[in-house]
Design a protein around this ligand. Sequence first.
Ligand SMILES: [Mg+2]
Length: 225
Amino acid sequence: MTPAEHERTSGHRTASVLVVLDADSTLLQDEVIELLAEEAGARTEVAEITERAMRGELDFEESLRERVRTLEGLPASVFQHVGERIRVTEGVPELVAGVHAAGGVVGVVSGGFHELLDPIGERLGLDHWRANRLVVEDGVLTGEVDGPVVDAAAKAQALLFWAAAEGVHPRQTVAIGDGANDLRMMEEAGLSVAFNAKPAVRAQADLVIDHPDLSQVLPLLGLRG
Ligand SMILES: [Mg+2]
């Protein structure tokens, strides 16, 4: 386990299913990096880069570092301020409750940031989550990412790591995402779901959901919706 990740271990039980969601534009309605960039007066520039990265036109890591550089000089208080603006996608509490009721676990893996995701993960009762961390020095963001970036490969690794930790066979895993950096974890999962996704993701997913409500995943898993 690296210091850059937060894990809650769940003992020795064996889960029935592992559902792993992307964060930005999947678990959350927002792209959090854009909300942060807005505070730095760089939202338009960053939104353009995000759009291209999620379509698979840019290297994710390079594009993330470029976007994070625009945050240099923001006070760390921006996490609280932006955290209050983040909107959780409709149907998330129902999805988490439904998966838990069936003996399953829910993880979130994000190219975004622990500083914003941690309170959301706690509040929603997620079992696992993993994201990037932003470097803060003297109360100010330096515009750098701390440690290795959570990219497409890291997302796939997180899904397999959590499956092994929970005793879930990879066939019993579900990956839900919207962007090009979700494709690797979607390939590893037993079932992949494109959620209001970019064309490249829709084309490769097993299932496509176009309605912005994550509780719609439950009937796809044979669970009560
Ligand atoms: Mg996304």
